[in-house]
Write a protein that binds this ligand. Sequence first.
Ligand code: IPE
Ligand code: IPE
Ligand code: MG
Length: 244
Amino acid sequence: MKKEFFGIEIDLDKIPQHIGIIMDGNGRWAKEKGLERHKGHEKGYQVLKDIVEFNKEVGIKTLSFYAFSTENWNRPEKEINFLFSLAKKLATEYRKTLLENKIRLTIYGSKDRLPQDLVNTLWDIEEETKEFNNYTLNMVFNYGGRKEIIDGVKKVIDDIKNNKINIEELNEEKFSSYLYHPEIPDVDLLIRTSGELRISNFLLWKVAYAEIWVTKTFWPDFTPKEFIEAIKNYTERERRFGKV
Ligand code: IPE
Ligand code: IPE
Ligand code: MG
């Protein structure tokens, strides 16, 4: 089935199942306007909501947004706290919209080092929305790809020690089940804003065969139209997965 958005025709049978977005450039967007960095994050938060809202028309089954990386702990405390307050806002103020639209919210990351009240707020909403299947809004938060893999390895070792699995059984599929949210499929399309050409420790296991699309636009200026352009471009690519 085909559908048109902003004059761009999309073949809905070919759209990605899972789009991962590295929302980057909030700080530079603010700086360019002579504003403080947190203004960029504030606007970025609005853009995230706009894309989630717009996705109702498109129907991507899983949208992952990189909101806070394990490396972002190296930022000034004030900025970290601001980012945490936005995450909390998503789980509180935005909660109503999620419930009304039957959007499942998953938190993809670690609870380590986070303030307890934030942990409660975030993982409570995950619990509350877990039966929804319209689509999944996956917040990649307090996340590092290497940490996810190490956390998985530790769980595997525990299970081996307790005779729950034996080493011979371990293959890619089995190991995937030890990562965060194994039910979330691999990333098909990875979007990064602000022109940076790197992965920055994002969903390492799941991006193994992702198609990458980068725009120079800073995240606070990102629009549904650009989202559609990325999807259009994806539908025209040939994914070979190592085959000829
Ligand atoms: C992305 O924007 C938001 C987060 C990392 C949370 P940045 O804050 O990295 O903005 P730049 O890259 O400094 O412009
Ligand atoms: C990646 O952006 C992390 C998030 C978007 C949360 P960064 O701005 O932290 O990444 P680097 O430092 O440019 O690689
Ligand atoms: Mg950045």
